[in-house]
Design a protein around this ligand. Sequence first.
Ligand code: RTP
Ligand code: MG
Length: 142
Amino acid sequence: MALERTLSIIKPDAVAKNVIGEIESRFEKAGLSIVAMKMQQLSREKAEGFYAEHKERPFFKALVDFMTSGPVVVQVLEGENAILANRDLMGATNPKEAAAGTIRADFADSIDANAAHGSDSAESAAREISYFFADGEICPRV
Ligand code: RTP
Ligand code: MG
């Protein structure tokens, strides 16, 4: 087992549904700790940079439109195998394929408005955490 950090975003649809607390509770109950957190409205530039790996994909404009449609909660989760643990809690990208009881099955409406983001690898987590947080903004528990 490895203590990891991962970048999590509660997306605009979930913020608008007023389920920030319900989602955070799932992370905490699963043993993940929130060690950094901020709420913000992403600019197009910030959202485009965050999802730069997808910039040639047909859904890129829709993705940026959606991610800038309202405020998001950006946070760092820390815990044992946090990257995979968070992806498991979120469920599949398309909520129609997400397992019952996952965040996307319970709160997402579509593949675009899919409630949450989680880093998909250690390399992504390192890049994404530093994209949003300075070292001094992260407050480790251990
Ligand atoms: P995320 O990065 O947001 O955590 O989602 P993910 O890893 O599960 O999925 P990813 O492949 O990284 O795609 C990023 C976001 O783009 C939208 N998407 N739309 N229409 C499509 O085929 C399609 N594929 C991806 C989703 O909103 C996804 O969360
Ligand atoms: Mg992804």
